[in-house]
Design a protein around this ligand. Structure first.
Ligand code: KG4
Length: 339
C-alpha cells in the first residue's frame, strides 16, 4: 500500500489530499474569500490565510480518508510556480511534517500537476484517462500553454503566452466591468444570456503556437472607455453581450492554436486543464471540434480543474514510484516552466 499526502498552496487555495495506491481518497480545499474585496489576489493576505488554513486542511484530509498519519509513505508538495509567500507556507509545512514523521518528500511542479489531474481516480467513480502521447491546453490564472505529454513525467511545452494568461484576461476585463474576483466564472455565467457576436475585439497575430492576451485586454479597456463617454450606463445595459463577446474572443484565440498544434503533431487525444478549463463555452468549443476532427477529449471534473491537492498527490505518486525524492534544503520557486 502506498499513501501520499499532497499539499497545494501556490496561490489562494490551501489544499491537502490523501491518495492511496493511485486513488484520491480525500481532497480538501479552503478557498480564500479575503481577496474578493481587492479585485485580485493580495500575496501577503494569501500567505497569512494559508498559515491559518494549512493544519486544519491537512487534518481534515487525513480524517476524511479514514487513515492516520502513520499510514502515510511520502509528502508531495507544490514547489512552484506560484506566489513565493504562499509557496513558502506549503513547502515549510511539508518539510516540518516530513521531519516529524520520518517521511521522504516529493516536489511537484504545479503545471505538471494540472496536467496529471487527468489521471485522478476516485473510489467508486468510473473515469476515463488519456493515453500517451496526448496534447494538453493548460489554461489558468497564471498560464496558457500547449504541452505534448509523452509520459507521466515526460512533457514538452510547444507554445505559451508571451504576456498575460487567459484567466488573467478574464479577471482583468471583469474588473474593468466592475465584476467581482475571480472574474472568469462570473463572465461564464453572464455570457450564457448574451450575444457572442455583438462586439468584436482585437485578436493577436502571433506566429507559431504562442499566445498573447494583453492586446485583447487593452482593446477591451479602450472600447469601454469610448462607449462610456457616450453612455455612462453602457456596461450595465450591455453586460451579458459584453461578457459573451469577450469570452468568445478568448476561446477563439485558445482554439486556433490548439487546432494548429493538433494538426502539426497529428495527436488526437486532447486534454484541457487549469482553472479556465472549467469554462462552459471552452468545453463546448473543444467538444465541437472533437466531433469535427475526431479528437478524444479529457477534462478533469471541476474539483480537480481548479487548484487542488489531489493533482499534487497524483503527481507525487508517479514521482514516488520513479524514486524521485527531494531534500529538505529545496526552496520553493516562484517561476518555472515544464521540462
Ligand atoms: O487553476 P486556477 O484555479 O489557479 C491558477 O491560476 O493556478 O485558475 C484560476 C483562474 C482564474 O483566472 C479564474 O478566473 C479562471 O481560472 N476560471 C475561469 C472559470 N473558472 C475559473 N475562467 C473562465 N471560466 C470559468 N468558468
Amino acid at each position: 500500500m502506498t499513501v501520499i499526502l499532497g499539499i497545494e498552496s501556490s496561490c489562494d487555495d490551501t489544499s491537502a489530499a490523501i491518495l492511496k495506491d493511485g486513488v484520491v481518497l480525500s481532497n480538501i480545499i479552503a478557498s480564500q474569500k479575503v481577496h474578493e474585496a481587492y479585485g485580485g489576489v493580495v500575496p501577503e493576505l494569501a500567505s497569512r490565510a494559508h498559515q491559518q488554513n494549512i493544519i486544519p486542511v491537512v487534518s481534515e484530509a487525513i480524517k476524511k480518508a479514514g487513515l492516520t498519519i502513520q499510514d502515510i509513505n511520502a509528502v508531495a508538495f507544490t514547489r512552484g510556480p506560484g506566489l513565493l509567500g504562499s509557496l513558502l507556507v506549503g513547502t515549510s509545512f511539508a518539510k516540518g511534517f516530513a521531519i516529524a514523521n520520518h517521511l521522504p518528500m516529493v516536489e511537484v511542479n504545479h503545471l505538471q500537476a494540472h496536467i496529471l489531474a487527468n489521471f485522478i481516480k476516485e473510489p467508486g467513480v468510473e473515469s476515463r484517462h488519456p493515453s500517451f502521447p496526448f496534447l494538453t491546453l493548460l489554461v489558468s490564472g497564471g498560464n496558457s500553454q500547449l504541452i505534448i505529454v509523452r509520459d507521466y513525467l515526460d512533457m514538452e511545452m510547444i507554445g505559451q503566452t508571451i504576456d498575460d494568461a487567459a484567466g488573467e484576461a478574464f479577471d482583468k476585463c471583469a474588473k474593468v466591468m466592475g465584476l467581482p474576483y475571480p472574474g472568469g466564472p462570473v463572465i461564464d455565467r453572464l455570457a450564457k444570456e448574451g450575444n457572442p457576436e455583438r462586439f468584436t475585439f482585437n485578436k493577436p497575430q502571433i506566429p507559431g503556437l504562442d499566445y498573447s492576451f494583453s492586446g485583447l485586454k487593452t482593446s477591451f479597456l479602450y472600447f469601454l472607455r469610448d462607449e462610456l463617454k457616450k453612455n455612462p450606463d453602457f456596461i450595465q445595459e450591455n453586460l451579458n453581450d459584453l461578457c459573451a463577446s469577450l469570452q468568445k474572443t478568448v476561446i477563439d484565440i485558445l482554439m486556433s492554436k490548439l487546432k494548429k498544434a493538433a494538426k502539426q503533431t497529428g495527436i488526437k487525444q486532447i486534454a484541457i486543464g487549469g482553472g479556465v478549463s472549467a469554462n462552459s463555452a471552452l468545453q463546448k468549443a473543444v467538444h465541437d471540434e472533437a466531433e469535427r476532427s475526431g479528437w478524444e477529449v479529457f477534462i478533469p471534473r471541476l474539483g480537480f480543474s481548479l487548484d487542488n491537492a489531489g493533482m499534487v498527490a497524483v503527481t507525487g505518486y508517479y514521482k514516488y514510484l520513479a524514486g524521485q525524492f527531494i531534500g529538505l534544503d529545496a526552496p520553493p520557486y516562484a517561476r518555472t516552466t515544464l521540462g
